[in-house]
Design a protein around this ligand. Structure first.
Ligand SMILES: Nc1ncnc2c1ncn2[C@@H]1O[C@H](COP(=O)(O)OP(=O)(O)OP(=O)(O)O)[C@@H](O)[C@H]1O
Length: 841
């Protein structure tokens, strides 16, 4: 009989062992461990129980496995018939690949920062014009070396930024008594935090350079490090820069006075900046490490010591957050000039952003979504902060600032914030912290628990939240987020749940219930739940989802934290929020008493007969495309089939349109959604599946055709434009008999637009195009139209008028005969015996 040993190794070894593979093993059955009566051969999946001698291991997808095969005590062979040395080389190769991967990740950091700057420039064209003027002005100077160094040091010295240190940092240790006396005899201390915080130091303080990093008791660990910094002039610095004299090392940071601190041209230390001294006594500017660290003395130091340090794992660990325990990697690629300039550019960006925010703050710019607080100032894992920086997030948005600390305290919260203000990150960050905390206490659980459950109303939104979570989890190995939504194979979900890490689930209610009711052990995993999040909470607690939500909440442990987020929270929803919130929850409202829409979004409405709507939409689109070359427009229609009809017509009119609605296959929806995220000069025709949460960047116009289901839907649809504090435009197109709806929007800054002049030739073209649309699409649109307006209280009550209006809609789309309805449908809709209704025979 073949006996298999199972050996857990620290690093993941996916290349060696394919996790999803099912292995046919003639093993002893764990339930029947008697070797005399061997169990019949069985299929063992990777999630099943394996036996190693007398010990049972359970593979839960978080660890990697190596199967070491013993052949009757003979020589040990490794998977794939490898010998020990081949096996070792394989691992070395993997380590190299991993190192390369990490370097690539760091490269992406720079790219992301550049992108973020471009985005911020697009968002603030005025500022980019201003920047351009500044750059072209004769007084323009690039970021001064002093500012530059301050920025780097600022970043590097933040508590918890140890992950940014270079491998050559070595272990933290106290300075020797000799070092201390040398520093103290020569120099009086300088408050480096003051230097970093940008307070100008005068010649006298500068000449009294330098000493300890921090006497702040909150930064004890820094006290053990000493930093050397020399002051010299801009000229000196530039010379050295142009000579490319820098070398990267961050070992000791003994900030010291430069004996020849006066510069060549006689300028004093006021214009000086921080310099380091090489072993041979030459000055050189501090070398930049990838993550903003500074080089100091010791880079040319004792080679043996350096070697010794390299042998050690750096003690600059991340404490409880250091899940990866990866070795630091020499950051060689930074030596390229491009990388350095990118790095400088990224720091400049950061400064500009801060300056912009400060200016915004001074002006009392209420529409700015950013708060002055930065992510590294709040209590989140440094690895997450690193990922946020990579994604271009430095400052928090107002809603993030207002909610993260309350959420981190473990309180239940109901949060209301305007559309596009960063609510997703506001709940994802506490979610990740919850997982990190829970993972520490749950290492030995037999069933891998799900710690965080995020519910949202649509599939696209679930995918978007998952994507954002993955961005934030970039540096958290072993933490996984999975999506459970309809339109995908249930079995595939189950497989993923078994084989891949999933401490966070993002789901739509229907599919989640399927899993709960399937009795496949999913409910058991939910028993470890620590946090429940409802995104678009008002919609989820609405009647459409209420029953599912009640069932789901019943299956969750009571001892959990619940967070509800939405841009709109009508009173009724606040009442039913008790369904999932504790009584003593926090209510955080960042909208205030003003309108829930953004001031920068220009809102208007248009009243026109229904039969003109298609032509008006076409006219509005043409007009907008002419005015905004980089247009991106969303047209919301009342139902899926109306969306399909509008799409078919505009496509016939040769417009660059895409469609998303519930009747489309999920793969198609996902593809179109991704395309619309990436591209410009596109028009998305959609139903309400795109109304909430979808973050399509830079949408310039939202058109809503027909009356929305309620005020909240109007606000959420409009919220697809004007995101991240940008401008946008919204037009609501109503028929005169839909005008009653404006009453619900009376507190919003909506103004009336006059009906556009419609070209008669264009009308003929539209009629011709409409004639080419598949009649089945038109018939379905008629059914949907009738169903939708029948369900609206204000219109559906007077059935005779409703059927008359439906008839005129029928005419406007070129249907000769009113399509027939099933008898059952007619009865259900209360349309029996209403003149104008045709019943199918
Ligand atoms: N701190 C931040 N700094 C910069 N950009 C941010 C920050 N937080 C979020 N964003 C960006 O803001 C945009 C909107 O974020 P998000 O989709 O989370 O908004 P939302 O409030 O959930 O919107 P909705 O109400 O429509 O669901 C996204 O592009 C996101 O990347």
């Amino acid at each position: 009989m073949t006996v298999y040993d199972i050996d857990f190794i620290g690093e993941r070894a996916e290349n060696v062992y394919e996790e999803k593979q099912t292995i046919n093993l003639n093993l002893q059955n764990p339930q029947n461990p008697n070797p005399r009566t061997p169990a019949p051969p069985r299929m063992y999946s990777s999630s099943m129980i394996f036996l190693q001698r007398s010990r049972i291991f359970r593979y839960n997808g978080l660890h990697s496995l190596t199967f070491l095969r013993h052949m009757g005590g003979g020589p040990r062979t490794f998977p794939g018939g490898l010998n020990k040395w081949q096996w070792k080389r394989l691992h070395e190769k993997q380590a190299r690949q991993k190192e390369k991967r990490l370097l690539d990740q760091e490269k992406q950091l720079y790219q992301a920062r550049v992108r973020s700057e471009i985005r911020s420039k697009i968002a603030n064209p005025d500022s980019s014009i201003h920047d351009q003027n500044v750059v072209n002005s004769p007084n323009y100077k690039p970021l001064s070396p002093k500012e530059h160094i301050k920025a780097l040091a600022d970043r590097f010295m933040k508590e918890g930024a140890e992950d940014l240190w270079n491998e050559a940092d070595g272990p933290i240790r106290s300075p020797s008594p000799q070092q201390i006396s040398r520093i103290e005899s020569n120099h009086s201390p300088i408050n480096l935090r003051r230097v970093i915080s940008g307070q100008s130091h005068t010649a006298s303080t500068a000449s009294n350079q330098v000493s300890e990093i921090s006497s702040d008791p909150g930064h004890n660990k820094w006290n053990t490090r000493r930093y050397s910094v020399y002051l010299c002039s801009d000229n000196q610095y530039n010379k050295l820069l142009s000579a490319r004299h820098y070398s990267v090392r961050t070992s000791r940071f003994n900030y010291r006075k430069n004996d020849s601190s006066s510069s060549e041209d006689g300028t004093d230390d006021d214009e000086g900046f921080l310099m380091t001294k090489t072993k041979d006594g030459n000055l050189r500017p501090p070398r930049l490490s990838l993550a903003g660290s500074l080089d100091g003395e010791g880079s040319d130091g004792d080679e043996d010591e350096v070697k010794k340090k390299k042998m050690m794992t750096s003690s600059a660990a991340l404490g409880k957050y250091d899940i990866k325990k990866t070795k630091r990697i020499p950051l060689k690629f930074l030596e390229g000039e491009d990388d350095l300039s990118l790095h400088v550019q990224a720091i400049r960006n950061e400064f500009n952003k801060r300056r912009m925010a400060e200016i915004g703050g001074e002006k009392g710019d209420d529409d700015s979504i950013l708060s002055p607080k930065r992510f590294d100032e709040c209590n989140i894992s440094p690895l997450t902060t690193k990922a946020l920086t990579l994604a271009g997030y430095v400052q928090m948005t107002k809603v993030q600032d207002a909610t993260i600390s309350a959420c981190l305290e473990g309180k239940d919260a109901l949060v209301k914030a305007k559309t596009g203000t960063g609510k997703s990150a506001a709940f994802l960050l506490p979610a990740i912290e919850t997982v990190l905390k829970a993972s520490i206490n749950n290492t030995a659980k037999r069933v891998p628990p799900i710690f965080v459950l995020i519910l949202c109303p649509t599939r696209e939104l679930a995918s978007q939240i998952t994507a954002e979570a993955n961005v934030l989890l970039k540096y958290h190995d072993g933490i996984g987020v999975q999506t459970l939504v309809g339109g995908t194979r249930f079995k595939d979900d189950q497989k993923r749940l078994e084989t891949e890490p999933c401490q966070i689930i993002v789901a739509t209610p229907g599919r989640l219930l399927d899993h709960i009711e399937n009795k496949s052990g999913f409910s058991a995993r939910l028993m470890g739940l620590k946090m429940l999040i409802l995104d678009e909470a008002d919609h989820l607690l609405d009647l459409g989802f209420r029953k599912d939500m009640e069932k789901i909440v019943d299956c969750l442990p009571r001892n959990r934290q619940s967070l509800l987020f939405s841009a709109t929270l009508p009173k009724e929803v606040r009442r039913v929020s008790q369904l999932s919130l504790k009584r003593e929850h926090a209510y955080i409202n960042t909208v205030g008493l003003g309108p829930e829409t953004h001031d920068k979004v220009n809102q208007s409405y248009l009243l026109a007969p229904h039969e003109q709507h298609f032509q008006i939409v076409h006219h509005l689109l043409k007009d907008h495309i002419f005015q905004v070359p980089n247009y991106k427009v969303i047209v919301f229609c009342t139902t899926a089939m109306m969306t399909s009809l509008m799409f078919s017509l505009l496509r016939e009119m040769k417009m660059n349109v895409r469609e998303i609605h519930s009747r489309k296959p999920q793969l198609y929806r996902t593809r179109v959604s991704e395309e619309f995220k990436e591209e410009k000069q596109l028009i998305l025709i959609t139903s309400d599946v795109s109304a909430r949460g979808m973050n399509y960047p830079d949408v310039s116009l939202v058109i809503q055709v027909g009356v929305p289901v309620d005020r909240e839907q109007y606000i959420n649809r409009l919220g697809r434009t004007g995101r991240e504090g940008k401008g946008g435009e919204g037009i609501l197109l109503l028929a005169p008999w839909e005008e009653y709806f404006l009453e619900e929007l009376k507190d919003l800054p909506l103004h009336k637009s006059s009906s556009p002049h419609l070209d008669p030739d264009m009308r003929i073209k539209i009629e011709k195009s409409m004639a080419k649309v598949d009649p089945s699409v038109k018939e379905a649109a008629y059914h949907a139209w009738l169903g939708y307006y029948n369900s609206i209280r204000e219109i559906g009550r007077d059935k005779t008028t409703l059927v008359e209006l439906a008839k005129s809609f029928c005419d406007s789309i070129g249907l000769e005969k009113v399509p027939a309805l099933f008898r059952k449908t007619v009865l259900k809709m209360g349309l029996k015996d209403i003149p104008g209704i045709r019943v199918r025979k």
